[in-house]
Design a protein around this ligand. Structure first.
Ligand code: SF4
Length: 373
């Protein structure tokens, strides 16, 4: 068993898989069935105290309370968009902040089902320094613990009216999820566990700037969907906006994608933030077609959401559509992402503004790659 994560000397129960909890409880003299009982209280009922576990004896509850802690995020702010998107700002124990964004999509009758997608953060700040991203300005603060990742899903789910459920999870908020891969994989285990949060691997997408070795490690651990934030078609231009390109050039990244094991119907999503005059020429489109060759892929075009902190311009709607048409005609499955939550600064590239009000020049959470797939 990996060393359990602790808070104030007690074991953080939300950092444990069911088998790890079983092992620990049996070691502490509890009967084997106790772990499943406790796990259900924690993940299905979302209790905040062991004393609420009414089918557990008082003595056992006291023992549990002495050994473990049930961690929760402090809600700091919630913003509701006119289009139904909700932004949740959470305060962590060390007073830093993260954000999660809930994106309801009614679907299109006969074409797509209704969805409720939660975009989750994986780190405080980010080390990847992508130049178009406000979180990149923050630099890296720290990795989120397993409970801090999972509580975003649990607590947003708890905030929903009876009968409504999060259907999809995307790791595209603050941070590079594969830079926190150990806690990410542990979190995925709990998200996928039917006695815990019970999501299907088909409904979870992890987005990366292209940390090639960690992509292989993720694939070996779990079959969730992969999204790659691509955003440019040459090493030179990509290095300008995504410094990680200097470590893993495009050829290495695309080889990693070709080697990524994909079940029959799955494809890797390539996020392409379109920035006028930077990556939206016909030469770029032609190179993008070439890059996609031999990869089971779909391209998601994301017209840049302009903001006062960057001089980057959004291409016209007509140009984005023509760019999509160019790719589709050459056999590349391509969609255009709809901008959501722009009035509450929850759209791609806008996250962090709410937190800025609370932490002045710090803060900033951004999700340039929220996928609506
Ligand atoms: S785009 Fe993603 S990986 Fe790049 S700096 Fe922003 S949060 Fe980090």
């Amino acid at each position: 068993m990996a060393r359990p994560q602790t808070i104030d000397g007690k074991i953080d129960i939300k950092s444990l898989s069911l088998s790890e909890l079983t092992e620990l409880l049996v070691e502490q003299g509890h009967p084997k069935f106790r772990a499943r009982q406790v796990y259900k209280w924690v993940w299905n009922k979302g209790v905040t105290s062991f004393h609420d576990m009414t089918n557990v004896s008082k003595t056992a509850r006291k023992q549990l309370d002495e050994a473990f802690v049930i961690d929760f995020l402090e809600p700091a702010m919630q913003l509701d968009s006119a289009d139904g998107t909700k932004k949740f700002v959470w305060e962590l124990r060390d007073e830093s902040h993260i954000e999660s964004v809930l994106i309801p999509d009614p679907g299109i009758p006969g074409h797509s089902k209704p969805r409720m997608t939660l975009c989750m953060s994986s780190q405080v700040g980010c080390a990847m320094a992508c130049s178009f991203c406000l979180t990149g300005d923050l630099g890296f603060k720290r990795n989120l613990r397993v409970a801090e990742i999972l509580n975003q899903a649990l607590q947003v789910q708890q905030s929903l009216p009876e009968g409504e459920r999060i259907t999809n999870l995307v790791f595209m908020g603050m941070g590079e999820p594969l830079h926190n891969i150990t806690n990410l994989i542990r979190s995925l285990e709990v998200l996928l566990d039917e006695s815990a949060l019970n999501f299907s691997h088909r409904k979870i997408t992890v987005s990366t700037v292209g940390l090639v070795p960690q992509m292989a490690r993720l694939a070996a651990a779990t079959p969730v969907n992969l999204a790659v934030s691509l955003n440019a078609t040459t090493n030179e231009s990509r290095s300008q906006v995504m410094p990680i390109t200097r470590r893993y050039p495009l050829s290495q990244l695309m080889d990693g994608c070709r080697d990524f094991p994909l079940p029959h119907a799955k494809r890797i999503t390539f996020e392409y933030v379109m920035m006028a005059g930077f990556n939206d020429s016909w030469d770029d489109a032609a190179r993008l077609v070439k890059l996609m060759s031999g990869v089971k892929s779909k391209v998601n075009l994301i017209p840049y959401n302009e903001n006062p902190q960057r001089e980057i311009l959004r291409p016209s709607e007509d140009h984005v559509k023509a760019f999509q048409h160019f790719l589709v005609k050459r056999g590349v499955q391509t969609s255009i992402r709809t901008t959501r939550g722009i009035d509450i600064s929850a759209a791609c590239g806008q996250l962090g503004k709410a937190t800025q009000g609370m932490r002045i020049e710090e803060a900033g959470i951004e999700g340039p790659t929220i996928s609506l797939d």
